[in-house]
Design a protein around this ligand. Structure first.
Ligand code: SF4
Ligand code: SF4
Length: 378
């Protein structure tokens, strides 16, 4: 079959599998590989060491997929109104419903099966399907396949979905005809995301420094959130959508809330519940099927404490005191201490609890943080 006809049929099959966007690019070194390399060399990937380890594989996917010839890149919209817990805490929209990895993987596997059934890719089967699961600079490949254009917020924008779509890929062992250039568009003179980012993490157009990015700190990082960024977290309990929310390209994206739904635990509970999670088993049970499990219990409890520290009111005092005194993780104990110091600095009882927690804290980093909270560095 000619490559052009194969591509047309492959794109039809992506629609049959429920994807909104699709395109084809040759499998080669992504055009942003050098930019990526410099980003990592400057340390802007923060503690995401796996990105450093994967650098050479990302720079040329043919090193780990030697039989690959083309990338079939797909996009699935997830635009929806902003998501808040009953207590007003905010959740990144992408994580509010069913875990997109599962949805994408199911559809990508179906797509691969159909491609094989129609003889469009090699037999016996040889291909990779990926939804954040193989070392690919997927936004760069997706831009080349025509799914959007690179933005100043370092994401990909599409005229219909703005920044609100997931990417997935099938690497195939046949040469499909590349799809034409992406839909016209650019950031132009806009700089809304750079101005709106609460922590100045978009340090230059197209360049996010993960060390400053809230989404890194409250999803990926297993460590304490730097003190100077905590106020910027505001009510973001998981992720941060500020740079996407202000983007004019996403303003007219369709409401696709039904596609991923709203996870029941988010409809039922505020973040105080996150501080009460006993162990990983309870996290798996409460957030079954949701992407929210990624920071694990300690990360979720840490996030909850910081959100509560950024809020007026007394309703969380008891749960914060319990976390300060009894949580098994140092990063939760000190975050609870910070929250109490920030909201109750005038309370003699809270001061006494913090002094006692400081005196018995055995973890050096948590102890240093508690000292800073006691000293009013809030
Ligand atoms: S996710 Fe939030 S903190 Fe990170 S760059 Fe965007 S606005 Fe800034
Ligand atoms: S907010 Fe403006 S500058 Fe930022 S990504 Fe959107 S269009 Fe580009």
């Amino acid at each position: 079959m000619r490559a052009v006809a194969s591509t047309e049929r492959a794109l039809e099959l992506t629609r049959e599998c429920g994807f909104d966007l699709a395109g084809v690019a040759p499998l080669h070194s992504p055009r942003d590989a050098e930019h990526w390399r410099r980003w990592i060399e400057r340390g802007r990937h923060a503690g995401m060491d796996w990105l450093e380890r994967d650098l050479e594989r990302v720079a040329d996917p043919r090193t780990w997929a030697p039989r690959g010839r083309s990338l079939l890149v797909v996009g699935l919209g997830h635009s929806r109104p902003a998501v808040q817990l009953p207590d007003g805490a905010s959740i990144a929209r992408y994580a509010a419903g069913r875990d997109y990895h599962n949805v994408m993987r199911r559809r990508l596997r179906k797509l691969r099966r159909l491609l094989q059934q129609e003889g469009l890719i090699g037999k016996p089967s040889w291909s990779y399907v990926s939804s954040d699961s193989v070392p690919l600079l997927e936004r760069s490949h997706a831009a080349e396949a025509g799914l959007g254009f690179s933005s100043k917020a370092a994401n990909l924008l599409h005229p219909s979905f703005g920044p609100w779509f997931f990417l997935g890929e099938v690497i195939v062992d046949v040469e499909l005809e590349p799809t034409p250039a992406p839909p016209a568009g650019s950031c132009g003179t806009c700089r809304a995301c750079l101005d709106a980012c609460p922590t100045g993490a978009i340090v230059a157009p197209g360049e996010v420094d993960a060390r400053l990015c809230l989404s890194y700190h409250n999803i990926e990082s297993e460590h304490a959130v730097p003190r100077e960024l905590r106020a910027g977290l505001g009510q973001w309990a998981f992720g941060c959508d500020v740079c996407s929310q202000v983007c004019p390209w996403g303003a007219k994206a369709p409401d696709l809330s039904e596609r991923f739904g709203l996870h029941p635990s988010l409809a039922e509970h505020g973040v105080v519940r996150w501080l009460e999670l006993a162990d990983e088993a309870e996290v798996s049970s409460v957030f079954a099927g949701a992407a929210l499990q990624r920071p694990r219990r300690a990360g979720l409890a840490r996030n909850a404490a910081i959100v509560l520290g950024n809020r007026e009111g007394h309703e969380a005092d008891q749960v914060l005191l319990r976390a300060l005194n009894f949580d098994p993780e140092p990063l939760v104990r000190e975050a609870a201490g910070w929250a109490l110091a920030r909201t109750r600095s005038h309370s003699a009882a809270v001061r006494a609890a913090l002094e006692a927690a400081y005196a018995r804290e055995s973890d050096p980093a948590a102890r240093a943080e508690l000292r800073r909270s006691l000293d009013g560095e809030l």
